[in-house]
Design a protein around this ligand. Sequence first.
Ligand code: MLT
Length: 398
Amino acid sequence: MIRPNTNYGNLKDSYLFYNIGQKVEAYRKANPEKKIYRMGIGDVSLPLCSAVIQGLHQGVEDQAKRETFHGYMPECGAPFLREAIADHYRQRGVEISPEEIFISGGASDELGDILDLFDRQSAALVPEPAYPAYVDANVMAGRKVYPVATLAENSFLPEPDESLSADLIYLCSPNNPTGAVFDKKRLQKWVDYANQKGAIILFDAAYEAFIEEPDLPRSIFELEGARTCAIEICSLSKTAGFTGTRLGYTVIAKELVRQEFSLNAMWVRNRTTKTNGVSYIIQRGGAAVFTQEGQRQIHENIAVYKQNARVLMQALDQIGIWYCGGKNAPYLWLKCPDNMGSWEFFDLLLNEIQVVGTPGAGFGECGEGYFRFSTFGSPEDTQEAARRLVELLKPKKS
Ligand code: MLT
């Protein structure tokens, strides 16, 4: 009889966002008359910008004519999109060649798939609170995971520690869920550490477009030595509203070599075997993001989400709840009031004011007692949710 992958037995019952979705659905069924304000999963509410829509239409038109029709796409990505992304890096002073850029169906797929490159005996270091797929994908592969708690005292930014030994290091900046962002000095410490240990950093840059401060690194490749120790995983989901359209890209420099294996060449081998590339139409839409007009339009949308963040921050200030994030990241990470547990606070908000957030405990044990709000909702819903929060939690006059 075939043996299933019994590592699945080591996973939590269900995936965090699936679990929340089920709870919210049960509440909706029991209370069909109540409107729910969703600020849980980081799913965008604004439609794709017009430059992207034009690109997608162009892709459809091209597929309608014999002269411009595309069948299978190059597995690692269409040259026009790889070049557009390389140019985008160049404009920010980072030299990446198109062959070092791999087009993907999105960062979450890629974060799991990329693990094919590493031996199952290798161990993963995950600074927590963390996006739960980092842990789950490694558990599924039977890999050891070392969670390392980050703390408010250190602004939720992990520091390398000589006593830790891991082969894969997950770093996410701006961070999901805390909104913490590495500055160059702190990130350089990790790059130096990884190079010294021969480890590899999986750098999740899904939220780089939300960075406001010009001195903060938006790519790990802005740092000396990153080409020999880092893989950068990027996404158009939050940057350009592609959560339902699916597109991302991954950067693996040619210098990333371990035991004479080039990781770039291995990923070419992997992609050419396991995929037939991303849809031509979607890649046309994606290329529009990297035009001047596309960049202007996506930043207009990002400005709407940033205004949502300000609305929520004002509400939290008003009720005296501690929080961080929201400035260079689309998430607010807050301390649950009255020492409540994070699922307890989740239930309170859902049942009393129909506001959905994400319990911090879902991002690792050290997230217990914290809570996350996404700022990707509609401005109207965000304002109403903020009003309800204040109404529910404002200090009562005695
Ligand atoms: C989140 O809410 O943490 C993300 O939106 C989930 C995802 O990107 O898959």
